[in-house]
Design a binder for this molecule. Structure first.
Ligand SMILES: [Zn+2]
Length: 370
């Protein structure tokens, strides 16, 4: 296996301690194993049932908190059937645990003792928890405006919490300086192993969809919140592996949802641009997608174009209303998750077939009021 830079195409031998290219670009894993339905460990009720599809060195001991196998729940939204993938039920309350489980397993196997990460909260909490589980020391850089609940969660796991004033880009800059000084950068945005954990959402959707006896073609559309694009790109990677293994006949349309206050990819989509449009980092309650300069923006735009979906911008009021409506249906999620459901409203009249929405993070992290 190799790592290939997505910016300058430099090739490195696979090494889990390398988060990104010397040029600063993100890498992908070349020659990684892929999904094989015959090799799913059916007795294992966590994402480790798909270990055959992870680019991990042989003999890596699993670092697990039980992430994965989250419920796919049938619901109704504006009079239409909908399936909700409840990722907020993962061990630290967000989908991030999937990428972290695979990443920290690889880092622990490589003997890493210290890691750093920058995060608006969920990735930081997840890394703090898995680092604690593996006996690795973690320092997490968060923007000072990040939810106090998320900051408390990071600290509770025993990680070092570094609060950085200013926009999120400042936290990113500070952590890059720490990584350049020698710590391993366990980045959810850059590290190529993260996508391989997140792709298990697609594998589970496939298994759950079949078990429910739904249409053989799979879901018609998948809606998800879109910040840097790790969730979207990991999911598309998993769907592509399912398609290559003849498990699904077609790719679902993929709809990425951004907050209007900070929507570099939705703006690019509207303008037909192949790269993110520079925007100011505006205030939004959907802090998980408050990303002005998405690192893998070009790849996200290309993936959505290939899948035939769209990238949508959602106004704050609609996000708030969607969060409330979800809670009134029994689904307690944070505003970042509600952005994806609000985007479904925008597309309502143009959608055929069943849609799935990924509910990414728990309401305990950023509660709605009544
Ligand atoms: Zn490069």
């Amino acid at each position: 296996m190799n790592l290939i830079c997505e910016q300058c195409e430099t090739v490195y031998p696979f090494n889990p301690t390398r988060a990104r290219c010397d040029c600063g670009g993100p890498c992908r894993v070349a020659g990684a194993p892929a999904f094989d339905p015959q090799r799913v460990e059916r007795e294992e009720l966590s994402l480790w049932r798909y270990q055959h599809a992870f680019p991990l060195p042989g003999g890596s001991g699993r670092v697990t908190l039980g992430a994965g196998m989250t419920p796919l729940v049938a619901a109704e939204w504006a009079g239409r059937p909908l399936l909700l993938k409840c990722e907020y039920l993962n061990p630290t309350g967000s989908f991030k645990d999937r990428g972290t489980a695979v990443l920290v397993t690889a880092l622990a196997a490589a003997g890493v003792e210290r890691v750093v990460e920058d995060s608006s909260g969920n990735a930081g909490s997840s890394l703090a928890a898995y680092a604690a589980r593996a006996g690795i020391w973690a320092s997490v850089y968060v923007p000072a405006h990040a939810s106090p609940v998320k900051q408390a969660q990071i600290a509770a796991y025993g990680a070092g919490l570094v609060r950085v004033p200013g926009p999120r880009t400042e936290a990113a800059r500070a952590v890059l300086a720490a990584a350049d000084a020698g710590a391993v950068y366990a980045s959810h945005v850059y590290h190529p192993l993260v996508h391989h954990g997140i792709k298990t959402i697609a594998f589970e959707l496939y298994e759950q969809w079949r078990r429910a006896g739904l249409d053989d073609g799979g879901p018609a559309a998948i809606f998800l919140p879109l910040g840097h694009g790790s969730l979207l790109l990991g999911l598309v990677q998993g769907l592509a592996e399912l398609q290559a293994a003849d498990c699904i006949g077609r790719m679902p349309r993929i709809y990425g949802a951004q907050a209007s206050a900070c929507a570099p990819l939705a703006s690019a989509w509207q303008q037909g641009s192949s790269q993110p449009v520079p925007v100011e980092e505006g205030e939004t309650i959907a802090e998980g997608v408050r990303i002005a300069a998405p690192v893998r923006g070009r790849a996200v735009l290309a993936a959505v174009r290939r899948c035939g979906g769209a990238i949508l911008a959602v106004a704050e009021a609609r996000t708030r209303a969607a969060q409330r409506r979800l809670a009134h249906m029994g689904f307690y999620v944070e505003p970042t998750s509600a952005v994806a459901v609000a985007a479904l409203d925008e597309m309502r009249d143009r959608l055929a077939g069943t849609a799935v929405v990924i509910l990414t993070g728990s309401g305990f992290k950023s509660p709605a009021s009544g």
